[in-house]
Design a protein around this ligand. Structure first.
Ligand SMILES: Nc1nc2c(c(=O)[nH]1)N[C@H]1C(S)=C(S)[C@@H](COP(=O)(O)OP(=O)(O)OC[C@H]3O[C@@H](n4cnc5c(=O)[nH]c(N)nc54)[C@H](O)[C@@H]3O)O[C@H]1N2
Ligand SMILES: Nc1nc2c(c(=O)[nH]1)N[C@H]1C(S)=C(S)[C@@H](COP(=O)(O)OP(=O)(O)OC[C@H]3O[C@@H](n4cnc5c(=O)[nH]c(N)nc54)[C@H](O)[C@@H]3O)O[C@H]1N2
Ligand code: SF4
Ligand SMILES: [Mo]
Length: 890
């Protein structure tokens, strides 16, 4: 009889991606992997996960990991001991500080670090090195919301909670593609609409997946949000929809803000002209807002990432203050945070203009934090924000930098200049989980291997201020160590051992919690000091907890955290984009995200399933602009700005506004040839928040043609020549790429041998005169590598060939198909992946709808299962159904 199977208990943890902060159950398989499910008990997701969360198990492999500390000697990185690496970091920082002062060094951190990592890094720099040069990628993400909250409320707090989205009757989503970027929250919003009839308004220059469920879509002209919301404020006043008692008793600054709003948005026709929206649609939005008490306004990067991001945030908050719709169930302004621990970073004061525990650089705060830390060198003033920090590095003012948990060579604006700056550093330290990416390519002097999600322990705080544990369920591989441990070790080596006694994340959490309550007396909303005495066991067992600890919403008593306890109206500046379009750059480049990739793809890029949704880096162009530039759909184009150029696949679509392009941010030099979009983006920043305007850089577009297109599927990542265009795509057990080339057909057989080997198993079909070539390598009956090149786009073979690669053995028909590229049963490419959970592609859905006159999203679900698990593809299914229905009625 077989022994009963051992089922290791599932470990409760939190998804490492977006700020929704979904609970995850991870069951280790004992072989380095784990089965992943949503945690039914977690109040953010109640068991659901989106496509990215569902694919987490595909990202746990060690093949790309950095496993040992490395030191640079000349151009090469060599393995060293932890002691040697930490000594070099500590002595390097010390020497530079002694020679050039504390402001010659800096840390650049990330909203993806755990709160404990963040806390110690911030403490070391601001309390013991004596500089506030700690900034983070949150500067590119939430800084405008932080600044807007502080101006309006007196503290950086999101007042509401997720339950408000279940209870609201009107949900306005502005500058947010929540269907793709906060999918589980978006599903809660859609469930509310279905069950309670809540209305959804989407405000975005382009028609995104989020619009599929909207009752009203307002395709606003880029950057004109303050015009729309100033007009809303005047409408609320003129239609007597304001809460006059609340305005009089609980707020300040109303009169001048209203006067400014009237200047910015004098009348409906002027608003329509500036926002380029139909007047009747604006009027409908204003009417709904005015008459709906329970209104939540959600916003994200279309608002924050702007040179007027802080004003945009305040223009939104102004409307909620005027109606008193804040701090009560079902209403409020709601900043959707991006990264899993954007909020935790703000709690520890990870930004250069914050101190710690929601304190700033006021003399009393500096004194209080200094006493709590027993600081030996307390920073006295704000440090450099991300964009000026990298300028200071380029100018040689900042000489040592420690980058932790972010990939600035890809994600900062003017990423080309950032790369140059990094190369100038006297000491460049990088903590990473991957052994190579674009920032690693900038030549760090010391490379420190960090433990990754699943191996590390600590806490993260989500968009509704809920602190959840990230728990370890895998052993730390090889020499990888937690980020907090590295900082602690460096601090000790710099002579601060007494202040850095930490043995565990729990030690750090307790101190962080204690600081939040230190001399607080209700002055600061962030107070979790009741958690300061948790035992190690209690920390381990900690259930998700929200702050403030006593109530679900802030400001429910009408009091804010300003000195006079009143909420402040803030008059915005007249709306304008930072950089003007001109003859050379007549278009606007908007940038953002796709559903199944996370940022620079170091983790989601490992999942074949997630790679199927958007295979190649692309630019979306309106048909009018495509015609004017001579672009064709699925061809290539060079997108150029004053800062750089990329070559991307063209998607012609009327979902895009005329005059505006959209390109995703995910690809880098590690994954594609010329697709590092950050290189193109302006570094103009908001005067309050320092956040860059990442969504409106003046740009030009022109066609690029290649004579031939190909794909390669191999054991190891194939190398390409300069001038060739390629995108790497994750493949189970190997490496795939799509490419375009002008190399003449005679060179192809030799190239194929380099990629997939020249052994006896190689079979070829070559019609070089007809420019068609295939090569396949067989190991017994299994296909282990293949190359296909020809005049047609090669992605049409992708499905066929990756299926054959994954097959255990090939049939005679498979072999014929392999070399001819055609197959008797399924010749055609099935198109992009729509449902990642059940691998359902666009063409399969199209075929189903063709045979089902009354096809609905539900019918697709019943027949093909698409959309029935995580639901991330439901908006796309809706769009496909609508598209097919529209085509049939023509
Ligand atoms: N799939 C996926 N999800 C993610 C992430 C990811 O990488 N991938 N990253 C996470 C992170 S860190 C973040 S910050 C969030 C970001 O989440 P979102 O902010 O929702 O995502 P983005 O695609 O950056 O931008 C949102 C929208 O702003 C619109 N926009 C551009 N300009 C304007 C404007 O002037 N006004 C208005 N109203 N809208 C405008 C864009 O067209 C875009 O559709 O996503 C999080 N979730
Ligand atoms: N043009 C344009 N630019 C943008 C944006 C945009 O919309 N448009 N969005 C901005 C926004 S909102 C954001 S949040 C940023 C995101 O940009 P980044 O932060 O640069 O992107 P990630 O790929 O998330 O980088 C995280 C890095 O940390 C590593 N890592 C993962 N886990 C750990 C860990 O536990 N420890 C350590 N030490 N390292 C780890 C990963 O391998 C990866 O290299 O991009 C910004 N840049
Ligand atoms: S919505 Fe998706 S990416 Fe965001 S936390 Fe939940 S599972 Fe993770
Ligand atoms: Mo972000």
């Amino acid at each position: 009889m077989n022994a009963p199977q051992q089922h290791p208990p599932a470990v409760r943890t939190t998804c490492p991606y977006c700020g929704v902060g979904c609970g995850v159950l991870a069951k280790p398989d004992g072989m380095g992997g784990a089965a992943i499910e949503g945690d039914p008990q977690h109040p953010a997701n109640f068991g659901r996960l989106c496509s990215k969360g569902s694919a987490l198990s595909e990202t746990l492999g060690l093949s790309t990991r950095l496993l040992h500390p490395m030191q640079r000697h000349g151009d090469t990185l060599a393995r060293v001991t932890w002691d040697a690496a930490l000594d070099q970091v500590a002595s390097g920082f010390k020497q530079i500080i002694e020679r050039d002062g504390p402001d010659a060094v800096a840390f650049y951190l990330s909203g993806q670090l755990l709160t404990e990592d963040y806390y110690v890094a911030n403490k070391l720099m601001k309390g013991f090195i004596g500089s506030a040069n700690v900034d983070t990628n949150s500067r590119l993400c939430m800084a405008s919301s932080v600044a807007g909250h502080r101006r309006a409320f007196g503290g950086d707090v999101v007042p509401g909670c997720y339950a408000d989205l279940d209870e609201a009757d009107l949900i306005v989503l502005t500058g947010s593609n929540a269907a793709w970027c906060h999918p589980i929250l978006f599903q809660r919003i859609v469930a509310n609409r279905r069950a309670r009839g809540a209305r959804i308004v989407v405000i975005d220059p382009r028609r995104t997946a989020t619009c599929e469920d909207a009752d009203l879509f307002l395709p606003i002209a880029p950057g004109m949000d303050t015009v729309l919301f100033s007009g809303l404020l005047t409408h609320l006043v003129d239609s007597s929809a304001i809460d006059a008692d609340f305005v009089a008793g609980n707020t300040s600054g109303f009169a001048e803000t209203l006067a400014r709003a009237r200047e910015i948005a004098p009348a409906l026709d002027a608003i329509a002209e500036r926002t380029e929206l139909p007047a009747q649609h604006i009027a409908a939005f204003y009417k709904w807002f005015a008459e709906t008490e329970k209104t939540v306004t959600c916003y994200s990067q279309g608002v924050n990432q702007s040179a007027q991001g802080t004003d945009k945030v305040n223009a939104i908050i102004n409307c909620h203050l005027a109606t008193g719709r804040i701090g009560r169930p079902g209403m409020g302004p709601f900043s959707l945070t991006g990264q899993p621990n954007a909020m935790g970073g703000r709690e520890v004061g990870g930004l250069a203009n914050q101190l710690a525990a929601h304190m700033g650089f006021l003399p009393d705060d500096i004194d209080r934090v200094g006493r709590f830390w027993n600081a030996t060198a307390m920073a006295k003033q704000e440090g450099l924000k991300a964009v000026p920090l990298f300028d200071a590095i380029a100018r040689g003012k900042v000489k040592a930098l420690w980058v932790m948990g972010t990939n600035p060579a890809v994600s900062l604006p003017r990423a080309g200049a950032v790369r140059e700056a990094l190369r100038k550093l006297e000491l460049f330290v990088l903590s990473e989980v991957v052994a190579s990416n674009d920032t690693v390519a900038c030549g760090p002097h010391v490379l420190l291997p960090a433990t990754a999600w699943g191996e590390k322990d600590g806490t993260v705080t989500n968009s509704e201020r809920r602190i959840s544990r990230q728990r370890r369920f895998l052993p730390a591989p090889s020499e990888a160590r937690p980020d907090w441990w590295m900082v602690t070790e460096v601090a000790r080596r710099m002579g601060f051992a007494q202040a850095f006694p930490y043995r565990s994340a729990a030690d750090i959490f307790r101190e962080h919690a204690a600081l939040s309550g230190f001399e607080n007396d209700g002055a600061r909303a962030f107070d979790i000091s009741d958690l300061a005495t948790l035992s190690d066991e209690a920390f381990d067992a900690l259930d998700p907890v929200q702050w403030p600890r006593s109530r679900a919403r802030l400001f429910d008593d009408g009091h804010f955290v300003t000195p006079d306890r009143k909420g402040r109206f803030v008059p915005p500046e007249p709306a304008a984009l930072a950089d003007k379009v001109c003859d050379a750059f007549p278009l606007r480049l908007n940038t953002g995200r796709v559903r199944d990739q996370w940022h620079t793809m170091t983790r989601t890029g490992l999942s074949p399933r997630l790679g199927g949704h958007c295979r190649e880096p692309f630019v979306i162009v309106h048909p009018r602009d495509a015609d004017a530039a001579g672009l064709i759909d699925a061809g290539y184009a060079r997108v150029t700005t004053a800062h750089g150029a990329c070559v991307l696949k063209v998607a012609v679509s009327d979902q895009q506004r005329p005059g505006s392009l959209f390109a995703p941010i995910h690809w880098s030099d590690a994954t594609a040839a010329h697709a590092r979009i950050g290189e193109l983006v302006t570094d103009a920043t908001d005067p309050w928040s320092g956040q860059p305007e990442s969504k409106a850089t003046p740009a030009a577009i022109a066609p690029v043609t290649y004579r031939f297109h190909g794909l390669v599927l191999a054991d190891t990542p194939p190398a390409f020549e300069a001038g060739e265009l390629f995108t790497r795509i994750a493949l189970k057990g190997g490496s795939g790429a799509l490419f375009a080339t002008d190399a003449s057909p005679e060179t192809w057989p030799a190239q194929a041998r380099k990629w997939i080997g020249a052994d006896a198993g190689l079979a070829e079909y070559a019609d070089l005169a007809g420019s068609s070539y295939r090569a396949a390598r067989l190991d017994h009956d299994r296909l282990t590598g293949c190359v296909a090149i020809g005049p047609e786009p090669a992605d049409t073979f992708w499905d066929l060939l990756t299926t054959l690669m994954a097959a255990d053995g090939l049939t005679a028909a498979d072999r014929r198909a392999l070399l001819s590229g055609a197959r008797d049963d399924a010749t055609a490419d099935l198109g992009p992946l729509v449902c990642a959970c059940f691998a359902v592609r666009r063409a399969t859905i199209g075929d189903f709808l063709a045979g089902n006159a009354t096809g609905t999203v539900e019918a697709i679900g019943r027949a093909l299962k698409a959309g029935t698990n995580c639901g991330s593809c439901l908006p796309e299914l809706k769009r496909i159904v609508a598209h097919v229905a529209a085509a049939e009625t023509v």
